[in-house]
Design a protein around this ligand. Structure first.
Ligand code: F0G
Length: 351
């Protein structure tokens, strides 16, 4: 086996690139598909986690960004811009700087996790905190990209979804076929749409014999697709998916309907419980939004939507280190001791 070359080289023949496309890569993709033993037991199925937090900037956004930035460079862009709940900005900042482009990002003030803010800043992005929601930021960003020479790298940029569809390819390549069910968090609704594209493409070309039922999960305080109407003031602890008017709404409902799947809401309580289950039951540290896929699987199982023994993949979209504040706030305060092994033994209840 040879070294992973990044997803554009690995899937070049399935992506809209040519020999003229300058490939901007941090060797993203090739993420592990980890068996989830505890979750499998709970639902009586074979459950795997697609651990996207192990991408170069710690989220699945890198799959879309290697494509968006490579194409932006090919098309002569000097600067890129995005709205973000955090991860897109972290990824855009890293790939833009690698390509020598200027990167501007608009984020909802006070609503993005600290690690993501740190990433955008350390990679040198021009970061503006907007006194509004992600949806407000996206509207502003679209206007700026229309009126100024700056390329939009949000998932409304079609190259983003092209890059992101490769996660579905990797899953089929690893399992030998598509799973029966795919569970995924839904925010701006690009990723569920991208996976569906990927699964459809592999099925159409006979590489997979079937297509999974797509189960998407929004946070209950930010569930416009479930409600059937935009949410003006979305709220959830899962700030990454705190979105009230998703850009890829129609693509996401098409994925749901064509696959015989569903898009449901999960509460913050369910998300927090799944976060803990993944951390303590599986040894997999994800961010809150990512845990929505597993919270949703448990809910779908309760509802009888999952058949015993089915093969299921849950995408866990981002790394737990993105949000140290949340991680620490839910954990016990560490005990402080003197330089004394006996004190350590006592504190550890070994003695
Ligand atoms: N999980 C994480 C960790 C995310 O950062 C996002 C989206 C999603 C899930 C939802 O994916 O938008 O394709 O439905 N984050 C975007 C951002 C909005 O700006 O980083 P989606």
């Amino acid at each position: 086996s040879r070294a992973w070359r990044g997803l554009i080289e690995e899937y070049r023949d399935r992506l809209p690139v040519s020999t003229d496309t300058p490939v901007v890569t941090l060797l993203e993709g090739g993420t592990p598909l980890v068996p989830a033993h505890r979750v499998s037991e709970l639902v009586g199925c074979e459950v795997h986690l697609k651990v996207e937090g192990l991408n170069p900037t710690g989220s699945f956004k890198d799959r879309g960004m290697t494509m968006a930035i490579s194409k932006a460079v090919e098309e002569g862009a000097q600067a890129v811009i995005c709205a973000s709940t955090g991860n897109t900005s972290a990824s855009a900042a890293a790939y833009a700087t690698r390509a020598g482009l200027t990167c501007a990002v608009l984020v909802p003030r006070g609503k993005i996790a600290m690690g993501k803010l740190a990433q955008a800043l350390v990679h040198g992005a021009k970061l503006l905190q907007v006194e509004g929601s992600f949806d407000d930021c996206l509207e502003m960003t679209k206007k700026l990209a229309e009126n100024y020479p700056i390329a939009l790298v949000n998932s409304v940029n079609p190259y983003r979804l092209q890059g992101q569809k490769t996660a579905a390819f990797e899953i089929v390549d690893a399992l030998g076929d598509a799973p029966d069910v795919h569970c995924i968090p839904v925010g701006n609704a690009g990723n569920i749409s991208a996976y569906w594209m990927g699964y459809q493409e592999y099925a159409a070309d006979g590489i997979a014999s079937r297509r999974p039922r797509m189960l998407g999960f929004q946070a209950s305080g930010a569930a416009p697709i479930v409600n059937g109407a935009p949410v003006t003031h979305p709220h959830t602890i899962a700030t990454a998916i705190r979105i009230g008017n998703p850009a890829s709404w129609r693509l996401a409902t098409a994925a749901r309907d064509e696959s015989g799947g569903d898009i449901q809401a999960v509460t913050d309580r369910q998300i927090a419980a799944a976060y803990k289950l993944l951390a303590q039951g599986e040894g997999v540290f994800v961010e809150l939004a990512s845990a929505a896929s597993v919270a949703g699987l448990l809910q779908a199982h309760e509802q009888g939507l999952i058949n015993p023994g089915e093969r299921i993949v849950c995408t866990v979209t981002g790394n737990g280190l993105k949000d140290p504040d949340w991680a620490i706030s839910g954990a016990p305060t560490p005990v402080t001791i003197p330089i004394d092994a006996y004190a350590a033994a006592a504190a550890l209840e070994l003695a």
